[in-house]
Ligand binder design. Sequence first.
Ligand code: SAH
Ligand code: SF4
Length: 404
Amino acid sequence: MIVFQSLTRKKLETLLLPLGGPRPEVRARVRAQQLFQWVYQRHVTDWDQMTDLAKELRVWLKENVEILRLKERQSHQSLDGTHKFLWDLGDSKTVESVVIPAALDSKKNFPKSGFAGLPQDERMDSERWKRLTACISSQVGCAMACKFCLTGVQGFDRHLKIQEIVAQIHELRRLAPITNIVFMGMGEPLHNIDAVIDACEILIDQFGLGFSRRKITVSTSGLVPAIYRLAKESPVCLAVSLNATTDEQRESIMPVNRSYPIHELLKACDYYSENHTKYVTFEYVLLRGINDSLEDAHRLVKLLRHRSCKVNLIPFNEHPGSEFKRPEDLQVRSFQRILLTSGMTATVRISRGRDILAACGQLRSLFGTARGSTRHRDWKDAIAPTAASLTSQTVEGSGSTISG
Ligand code: SAH
Ligand code: SF4
């Protein structure tokens, strides 16, 4: 069986083409549009209910194509309204998505049962929300082994398939009018770039989930060759987890820096912002006594001042067993002030969902991950094939543009 959400509309058209009829290309195009609308916009899962499709097509679909529904294994409600969903992937693996609501009227409190417990008409009412951000996962675990991140400590288990990425949003859209998507859940999206590019195409498709490309942000720890590829193949926004101001410091917390040091990373970011209308966002996790000094702030200014970018400071979210500490609020503000007085745009991310371990870097699978997962000493093996193939693609395509 083919899974519907694994197909971009172009791929669906190709699949429908041999089904024939007069003017098969036009027919395939129209049918693909209709199917996308039935599935993604009207959330219909029974082919028989798609009444404007020919009977033979419905029979063919029944025999050959299925629509993936993710089962909710658990969900947790934070006191601040953030809601964490644990999805069952059907092979004993699980991943998490988090919905972070910003209500238009901040005085309107969430009920005890939280955002998901609001009556359906209120929850689905787009007028009620300023923003409903869905933070989604791209892998079970992560191979990058950043020292401060709970997902990194867990190790890599497997990539999510296109349909597993798309279905996270598809399920959430059934619950609420999600406005923004960030790939900041579990996993390194650019390590799974093929699936992420196709998933984003479906999320943006006007007949599919219909998100603006400006409302989707892919966040990476800095897989440089994949940044060039994303720049060429996808229109979505990019966030880069910089997290340090010297290579020595960055290597000590993010092993990826040994392969792609800061100057190479920033060159790739320049390429990205030159090819996209929106600036790159730099995320900077503040770790007490490690990268939060005022000298760090001045170095960060030097690195980024001349770039069109925005800095998002994330005070470290502590998690059980972590060796790092969150800086004092005063230190965070002083750090931010240095960036602001240098004319940069710098925000401090208010952590949401910390009480339910749903904030940045606190996600991990609760089930089915112990066996066969890649511990962090093995991360290079885990990304080696992808990194190698991406490097060759970038070298081919980038000669004139990057160095020129
Ligand atoms: N793998 C991608 C996206 C997922 S992590 C990446 O690294 O960018 C999303 C963000 O959470 C990253 O900016 C990461 O640096 C940050 N993060 C990870 N662990 C954290 C923690 N414990 N506290 C605060 N931020 C954290
Ligand atoms: Fe992976 Fe991102 Fe966590 Fe690093 S910060 S281990 S890249 S999820």
